[in-house]
Design a protein around this ligand. Structure first.
Ligand SMILES: [Zn+2]
Length: 347
Protein backbone atom coordinates (compact mmCIF):
# COMPACT_ATOMS: atom_id res chain seq x y z
CA UNK A 1 0.00 0.00 0.00
CA UNK A 2 1.11 3.51 -0.78
CA UNK A 3 2.62 5.38 2.16
CA UNK A 4 0.63 8.60 2.40
CA UNK A 5 2.30 9.83 5.56
CA UNK A 6 4.78 12.65 6.08
CA UNK A 7 8.06 11.93 7.88
CA UNK A 8 11.24 13.76 8.81
CA UNK A 9 14.79 13.06 7.68
CA UNK A 10 17.81 13.92 9.83
CA UNK A 11 18.30 17.00 7.70
CA UNK A 12 14.68 18.08 8.26
CA UNK A 13 15.15 17.72 12.02
CA UNK A 14 18.27 19.84 11.96
CA UNK A 15 16.48 22.51 9.94
CA UNK A 16 13.51 22.49 12.32
CA UNK A 17 15.92 23.07 15.20
CA UNK A 18 17.29 26.11 13.37
CA UNK A 19 13.75 27.41 12.71
CA UNK A 20 12.96 27.17 16.42
CA UNK A 21 16.22 28.96 17.24
CA UNK A 22 15.30 31.66 14.71
CA UNK A 23 12.07 32.38 16.57
CA UNK A 24 9.38 30.02 15.29
CA UNK A 25 6.56 30.59 17.80
CA UNK A 26 4.73 27.98 19.88
CA UNK A 27 1.45 28.43 18.00
CA UNK A 28 0.98 28.22 14.24
CA UNK A 29 -2.35 29.12 12.64
CA UNK A 30 -2.38 28.12 8.98
CA UNK A 31 -4.81 30.37 7.09
CA UNK A 32 -4.68 28.46 3.78
CA UNK A 33 -5.28 24.71 3.99
CA UNK A 34 -7.14 22.43 1.60
CA UNK A 35 -8.95 19.79 3.65
CA UNK A 36 -11.28 17.41 1.81
CA UNK A 37 -12.11 13.77 1.50
CA UNK A 38 -12.56 11.57 -1.55
CA UNK A 39 -16.32 11.59 -0.94
CA UNK A 40 -16.38 15.30 -1.95
CA UNK A 41 -15.94 13.97 -5.51
CA UNK A 42 -18.33 11.80 -7.52
CA UNK A 43 -17.94 8.01 -7.46
CA UNK A 44 -15.39 6.93 -10.05
CA UNK A 45 -13.60 10.26 -10.02
CA UNK A 46 -9.82 9.88 -10.20
CA UNK A 47 -7.05 12.44 -10.16
CA UNK A 48 -4.66 12.47 -13.13
CA UNK A 49 -1.57 10.33 -12.40
CA UNK A 50 0.80 13.21 -11.66
CA UNK A 51 -1.67 15.22 -9.56
CA UNK A 52 -0.05 15.85 -6.17
CA UNK A 53 -3.13 14.77 -4.19
CA UNK A 54 -2.30 11.20 -5.24
CA UNK A 55 0.64 11.46 -2.85
CA UNK A 56 -1.93 11.56 -0.01
CA UNK A 57 -4.33 8.92 -1.28
CA UNK A 58 -6.37 11.41 -3.35
CA UNK A 59 -7.54 13.38 -0.32
CA UNK A 60 -6.31 15.48 2.57
CA UNK A 61 -8.59 14.77 5.48
CA UNK A 62 -8.62 16.51 8.83
CA UNK A 63 -6.85 13.48 10.32
CA UNK A 64 -4.13 13.65 7.67
CA UNK A 65 -3.68 17.37 8.30
CA UNK A 66 -3.41 16.86 12.06
CA UNK A 67 -1.02 13.92 11.66
CA UNK A 68 1.21 15.86 9.26
CA UNK A 69 1.33 18.95 11.46
CA UNK A 70 2.33 16.82 14.45
CA UNK A 71 5.25 15.47 12.44
CA UNK A 72 6.30 18.71 10.75
CA UNK A 73 5.65 21.01 13.75
CA UNK A 74 6.57 18.87 16.77
CA UNK A 75 5.44 20.38 20.04
CA UNK A 76 3.52 23.20 18.37
CA UNK A 77 -0.14 24.12 18.85
CA UNK A 78 -1.82 24.42 15.46
CA UNK A 79 -4.99 25.93 14.07
CA UNK A 80 -6.31 26.43 10.57
CA UNK A 81 -8.64 28.09 8.14
CA UNK A 82 -9.57 25.37 5.67
CA UNK A 83 -11.62 24.82 2.53
CA UNK A 84 -12.04 22.12 -0.08
CA UNK A 85 -10.12 21.95 -3.29
CA UNK A 86 -11.67 24.05 -6.06
CA UNK A 87 -12.06 21.57 -8.87
CA UNK A 88 -14.88 21.45 -11.40
CA UNK A 89 -15.82 17.92 -10.29
CA UNK A 90 -15.82 18.73 -6.60
CA UNK A 91 -19.30 18.62 -5.06
CA UNK A 92 -19.33 22.04 -3.41
CA UNK A 93 -22.16 21.15 -1.04
CA UNK A 94 -20.32 18.01 0.10
CA UNK A 95 -17.08 19.96 0.46
CA UNK A 96 -18.85 22.55 2.63
CA UNK A 97 -20.25 19.80 4.86
CA UNK A 98 -16.80 18.25 5.24
CA UNK A 99 -15.19 21.63 5.96
CA UNK A 100 -17.90 22.37 8.52
CA UNK A 101 -17.35 19.01 10.21
CA UNK A 102 -13.59 19.73 10.34
CA UNK A 103 -14.10 23.09 12.06
CA UNK A 104 -14.46 23.60 15.80
CA UNK A 105 -14.80 27.43 15.70
CA UNK A 106 -12.06 27.67 18.29
CA UNK A 107 -8.85 26.52 16.62
CA UNK A 108 -10.27 25.52 13.23
CA UNK A 109 -12.48 27.58 10.95
CA UNK A 110 -13.75 26.94 7.43
CA UNK A 111 -14.78 28.46 4.13
CA UNK A 112 -17.17 27.24 1.41
CA UNK A 113 -16.16 26.87 -2.20
CA UNK A 114 -18.30 29.00 -4.48
CA UNK A 115 -18.88 29.29 -8.22
CA UNK A 116 -20.41 32.33 -9.94
CA UNK A 117 -23.61 30.42 -10.68
CA UNK A 118 -24.28 29.73 -6.99
CA UNK A 119 -26.96 32.17 -5.87
CA UNK A 120 -26.45 34.34 -2.82
CA UNK A 121 -29.32 32.49 -1.10
CA UNK A 122 -27.71 29.11 -1.80
CA UNK A 123 -24.37 30.40 -0.61
CA UNK A 124 -25.81 31.79 2.61
CA UNK A 125 -27.59 28.52 3.29
CA UNK A 126 -24.32 26.62 2.67
CA UNK A 127 -22.51 28.86 5.15
CA UNK A 128 -25.19 28.83 7.85
CA UNK A 129 -25.86 25.09 7.67
CA UNK A 130 -22.16 24.27 8.02
CA UNK A 131 -21.11 27.14 10.28
CA UNK A 132 -18.57 28.51 7.79
CA UNK A 133 -17.16 32.04 7.98
CA UNK A 134 -16.80 32.90 4.30
CA UNK A 135 -16.02 31.54 0.89
CA UNK A 136 -13.41 30.85 -1.75
CA UNK A 137 -14.07 31.39 -5.47
CA UNK A 138 -11.71 30.11 -8.14
CA UNK A 139 -10.85 31.13 -11.68
CA UNK A 140 -11.73 27.77 -13.18
CA UNK A 141 -15.30 28.11 -11.85
CA UNK A 142 -15.79 30.95 -14.34
CA UNK A 143 -16.87 29.19 -17.51
CA UNK A 144 -17.74 30.34 -21.02
CA UNK A 145 -14.76 32.62 -21.44
CA UNK A 146 -11.04 32.37 -22.10
CA UNK A 147 -9.25 31.63 -18.80
CA UNK A 148 -6.85 34.54 -19.28
CA UNK A 149 -9.75 36.96 -19.88
CA UNK A 150 -11.27 36.24 -16.46
CA UNK A 151 -11.22 39.24 -14.11
CA UNK A 152 -11.89 39.44 -10.40
CA UNK A 153 -15.53 40.61 -10.76
CA UNK A 154 -16.25 37.53 -12.92
CA UNK A 155 -15.10 35.36 -10.03
CA UNK A 156 -17.01 37.37 -7.41
CA UNK A 157 -20.48 38.30 -8.68
CA UNK A 158 -22.11 41.35 -7.07
CA UNK A 159 -24.80 39.34 -5.26
CA UNK A 160 -22.21 37.14 -3.54
CA UNK A 161 -20.10 40.14 -2.61
CA UNK A 162 -23.15 41.97 -1.25
CA UNK A 163 -23.69 38.97 1.04
CA UNK A 164 -20.03 39.06 2.09
CA UNK A 165 -20.40 42.76 2.84
CA UNK A 166 -23.66 42.38 4.75
CA UNK A 167 -22.33 39.52 6.91
CA UNK A 168 -18.67 40.61 7.12
CA UNK A 169 -17.47 37.36 5.57
CA UNK A 170 -13.95 36.23 4.75
CA UNK A 171 -13.31 35.97 1.00
CA UNK A 172 -10.19 34.02 0.03
CA UNK A 173 -9.14 35.22 -3.39
CA UNK A 174 -6.56 33.63 -5.70
CA UNK A 175 -6.27 36.41 -8.27
CA UNK A 176 -6.40 35.57 -12.02
CA UNK A 177 -4.19 36.61 -14.93
CA UNK A 178 -0.71 35.71 -16.08
CA UNK A 179 0.75 38.95 -14.67
CA UNK A 180 -0.95 38.36 -11.31
CA UNK A 181 -0.31 41.14 -8.81
CA UNK A 182 1.28 43.30 -11.53
CA UNK A 183 -1.73 43.07 -13.86
CA UNK A 184 -3.21 46.59 -14.25
CA UNK A 185 -6.81 45.30 -14.33
CA UNK A 186 -6.17 43.32 -11.15
CA UNK A 187 -4.62 46.36 -9.52
CA UNK A 188 -7.81 48.33 -10.15
CA UNK A 189 -10.19 45.46 -9.41
CA UNK A 190 -8.51 44.55 -6.11
CA UNK A 191 -8.86 48.04 -4.69
CA UNK A 192 -12.34 48.49 -6.08
CA UNK A 193 -13.69 45.29 -4.59
CA UNK A 194 -12.28 46.23 -1.17
CA UNK A 195 -13.76 49.72 -1.35
CA UNK A 196 -17.13 48.72 -2.71
CA UNK A 197 -17.61 46.00 -0.05
CA UNK A 198 -15.87 47.46 2.99
CA UNK A 199 -17.18 44.91 5.50
CA UNK A 200 -16.00 41.92 3.44
CA UNK A 201 -12.60 40.73 4.64
CA UNK A 202 -10.67 39.93 1.50
CA UNK A 203 -7.56 37.76 1.73
CA UNK A 204 -5.31 37.99 -1.32
CA UNK A 205 -3.81 34.52 -1.32
CA UNK A 206 -0.13 33.83 -2.00
CA UNK A 207 0.72 37.57 -1.72
CA UNK A 208 -1.34 38.01 -4.90
CA UNK A 209 0.56 35.04 -6.43
CA UNK A 210 3.73 37.14 -6.59
CA UNK A 211 6.28 34.35 -6.52
CA UNK A 212 9.06 36.47 -8.08
CA UNK A 213 10.38 39.77 -6.87
CA UNK A 214 9.49 42.13 -9.70
CA UNK A 215 5.87 41.02 -9.48
CA UNK A 216 5.45 42.41 -5.97
CA UNK A 217 7.45 45.64 -6.16
CA UNK A 218 5.20 48.69 -6.26
CA UNK A 219 2.05 46.57 -6.35
CA UNK A 220 0.87 46.45 -2.73
CA UNK A 221 0.23 50.16 -2.17
CA UNK A 222 -3.41 50.20 -3.33
CA UNK A 223 -4.61 47.33 -1.17
CA UNK A 224 -2.35 48.36 1.73
CA UNK A 225 -4.62 51.41 2.10
CA UNK A 226 -7.77 49.23 2.28
CA UNK A 227 -8.37 48.20 5.91
CA UNK A 228 -10.32 45.10 4.81
CA UNK A 229 -7.51 43.74 2.56
CA UNK A 230 -5.33 40.93 3.89
CA UNK A 231 -2.44 38.90 2.46
CA UNK A 232 -1.63 35.26 3.03
CA UNK A 233 1.83 33.95 2.24
CA UNK A 234 0.88 30.41 1.14
CA UNK A 235 3.60 28.79 -0.99
CA UNK A 236 5.77 31.93 -0.95
CA UNK A 237 9.29 30.95 0.08
CA UNK A 238 11.06 33.88 -1.56
CA UNK A 239 12.74 35.93 1.17
CA UNK A 240 12.82 39.14 -0.90
CA UNK A 241 9.12 38.90 -1.80
CA UNK A 242 8.23 38.30 1.84
CA UNK A 243 10.51 41.09 3.03
CA UNK A 244 8.91 43.45 0.54
CA UNK A 245 5.44 42.50 1.78
CA UNK A 246 6.54 42.79 5.41
CA UNK A 247 7.80 46.34 4.80
CA UNK A 248 5.09 47.61 2.40
CA UNK A 249 1.87 46.22 3.85
CA UNK A 250 0.42 46.55 7.37
CA UNK A 251 1.98 43.65 9.25
CA UNK A 252 -1.17 43.03 11.31
CA UNK A 253 -2.97 42.09 8.08
CA UNK A 254 -0.44 39.52 6.86
CA UNK A 255 -1.28 35.89 7.59
CA UNK A 256 0.75 32.71 7.52
CA UNK A 257 -0.65 30.12 5.12
CA UNK A 258 0.87 26.95 3.70
CA UNK A 259 -1.43 25.59 0.96
CA UNK A 260 -1.15 22.15 2.59
CA UNK A 261 -1.18 19.40 1.45
CA UNK A 262 1.05 20.77 -1.35
CA UNK A 263 3.27 22.16 1.41
CA UNK A 264 4.00 18.60 2.62
CA UNK A 265 5.76 17.85 -0.68
CA UNK A 266 9.50 18.23 -0.93
CA UNK A 267 10.48 21.14 -3.12
CA UNK A 268 11.25 24.80 -3.34
CA UNK A 269 9.91 27.65 -5.43
CA UNK A 270 12.78 29.45 -7.17
CA UNK A 271 12.84 32.71 -9.12
CA UNK A 272 14.33 32.41 -12.60
CA UNK A 273 14.51 35.41 -14.95
CA UNK A 274 11.30 37.09 -13.76
CA UNK A 275 9.49 33.77 -13.61
CA UNK A 276 9.48 31.01 -11.05
CA UNK A 277 9.70 27.26 -11.04
CA UNK A 278 8.90 24.67 -8.42
CA UNK A 279 12.04 22.57 -8.05
CA UNK A 280 10.63 19.24 -6.95
CA UNK A 281 12.01 16.11 -5.33
CA UNK A 282 8.84 14.29 -6.33
CA UNK A 283 7.44 14.00 -9.85
CA UNK A 284 4.14 15.78 -9.30
CA UNK A 285 2.70 18.27 -11.77
CA UNK A 286 2.17 21.45 -9.74
CA UNK A 287 2.34 24.55 -11.93
CA UNK A 288 5.81 25.11 -13.36
CA UNK A 289 7.42 22.05 -11.75
CA UNK A 290 10.98 20.95 -12.55
CA UNK A 291 11.68 17.49 -11.17
CA UNK A 292 15.05 16.35 -9.82
CA UNK A 293 14.89 12.61 -10.64
CA UNK A 294 18.55 11.94 -9.78
CA UNK A 295 18.14 13.38 -6.25
CA UNK A 296 20.94 15.83 -6.95
CA UNK A 297 20.01 17.63 -3.74
CA UNK A 298 18.20 16.52 -0.62
CA UNK A 299 15.02 18.59 -0.51
CA UNK A 300 12.95 19.52 2.48
CA UNK A 301 9.23 20.34 2.58
CA UNK A 302 7.89 23.45 0.88
CA UNK A 303 6.51 24.08 4.37
CA UNK A 304 9.97 24.36 5.93
CA UNK A 305 11.23 26.49 3.02
CA UNK A 306 8.33 28.88 3.73
CA UNK A 307 9.11 29.00 7.44
CA UNK A 308 12.82 29.59 6.80
CA UNK A 309 12.20 32.41 4.30
CA UNK A 310 9.55 33.97 6.54
CA UNK A 311 11.73 34.05 9.64
CA UNK A 312 14.64 35.51 7.67
CA UNK A 313 12.38 38.16 6.06
CA UNK A 314 10.93 39.01 9.48
CA UNK A 315 14.45 39.40 10.90
CA UNK A 316 15.47 41.71 8.06
CA UNK A 317 12.25 43.71 8.45
CA UNK A 318 12.99 44.23 12.13
CA UNK A 319 9.87 42.44 13.31
CA UNK A 320 9.57 41.92 17.04
CA UNK A 321 8.69 38.55 18.57
CA UNK A 322 5.16 39.93 18.98
CA UNK A 323 4.99 40.74 15.25
CA UNK A 324 6.12 37.20 14.43
CA UNK A 325 3.54 35.71 16.79
CA UNK A 326 0.87 37.89 15.23
CA UNK A 327 1.80 36.67 11.78
CA UNK A 328 1.80 33.01 12.82
CA UNK A 329 -1.26 33.12 15.03
CA UNK A 330 -3.01 36.25 16.24
CA UNK A 331 -3.68 38.00 12.94
CA UNK A 332 -5.48 35.09 11.30
CA UNK A 333 -6.98 33.56 14.41
CA UNK A 334 -8.27 36.97 15.49
CA UNK A 335 -9.83 37.58 12.08
CA UNK A 336 -11.55 34.18 12.00
CA UNK A 337 -12.78 34.44 15.59
CA UNK A 338 -14.18 37.94 15.04
CA UNK A 339 -16.00 36.95 11.85
CA UNK A 340 -17.39 33.81 13.49
CA UNK A 341 -18.60 35.77 16.52
CA UNK A 342 -20.32 38.36 14.32
CA UNK A 343 -22.09 35.51 12.51
CA UNK A 344 -23.24 34.07 15.83
CA UNK A 345 -21.06 30.98 15.31
CA UNK A 346 -19.76 29.87 18.69
CA UNK A 347 -17.56 26.90 19.61
ZN1 LIG B 1 -4.56 26.87 -2.23
Amino acid sequence: MQDISVSLTARDRALFGRLVAAGLPERIFDAHVHVFERACFPPGFGWPPRECYNRFGGQHTLEQFLDATQVVLPGRTTGMLSFGTPHSHCDRAAAARYTGSSSDQRMRFGLALVAPEDTAAELEQRLRANRLIGYKPYRSYVTGMDAEAVRIPHMLPAAQMALADALGLVVMLHIPRESRLADPDNQRDMVEICQRYPRAQIIFAHVGRAYWYRNVVGNLDGIARCPNAWLDTAMVNHTDVLHYAFTHFPRERILFGSDAPIAWLRGKSVEINDQYAYLMAEPYAIGSALHDPASTVEFTFFYYEMLAATLEAARRAGWTAADVEGFFWGNAHGLCARVAAALGITP
